[in-house]
Design a binder for this molecule. Structure first.
Ligand code: PAN
Ligand code: ZN
Length: 189
């Protein structure tokens, strides 16, 4: 019997961001988010190097492994493209039977979940809130608060990503800041 004293991975006390050996950090800048926001012209005029969100990802097992799990922290900066709040690109999982957990740790926002028939529902995210994303459901998080939004996610290692469907068809609603109030606007396909 042996005890492994070293903590391999942990959530940073304070900001709750995942860190440790093999944690991969990536970020999405304004310049990476073409066609994501409604006002593409406004996005193209913004500082292209400006970070919209960052992900710290731990893949303790090879992608595609049946029964494996991944975990990651996402930090969405506070900001807007025109009146639309900063948000993640959003995706379906390639393996459509995969589900996922999101849980909020800092800031406030919305989790948008959309079925393949384009019906959607929204859950409010705040520190401690837990969100179950069922199979066959596209998911995106929108930072509607007045600070960074930080949340964690845990999902199957064989889930994969389908970004293409959302890139081509978008979600069926968008969230705008209208006079300081987060407002949900339905979008025709
Ligand atoms: C999350 C997301 C993360 C970034 O880890 O990948 O929040 O959002 P996009 O992937 O939509 O850019 C997750 O849902 N993993 O499955
Ligand atoms: Zn996902």
């Amino acid at each position: 019997m042996s005890i492994d004293n070293a903590i391999k991975y942990k959530f940073n006390t304070g900001d709750n961001v995942l860190y440790g050996t093999n944690v991969i950090c990536t970020s999405k800048k304004i310049g990476d988010l073409k066609q994501v926001f409604q006002n593409e012209e406004a996005r193209s005029r913004m500082e292209q190097e400006s970070i919209v969100y960052s992900v710290s990802l731990l893949q303790p097992i090879e992608a595609g492994t049946l029964g494996g799990l991944f975990i990651g922290t996402t930090i969405i900066e506070q900001g807007q493209v025109d009146q639309e709040y900063y948000m993640t690109k959003g995706h379906f999982h390639k393996n459509t039977s995969s589900s996922e957990f999101y849980w909020g740790t800092k800031g406030t926002g919305m989790v948008l979940m959309m079925k393949t028939d384009r019906t959607y529902h929204i859950e409010l995210m705040s520190p401690g809130s837990i969100h179950f994303i069922p199979p066959e459901t596209a998911h995106r998080v929108i930072n509607t608060g007045n600070e960074k939004l930080i949340f964690n996610a845990c999902w199957p290692a064989d889930a994969g990503y389908d970004y293409e469907t959302i890139y081509n068809e978008g979600f069926s609603c968008r969230i705008f800041n209208q006079h300081g109030i987060p407002t949900i606007i339905d979008i025709e396909k």
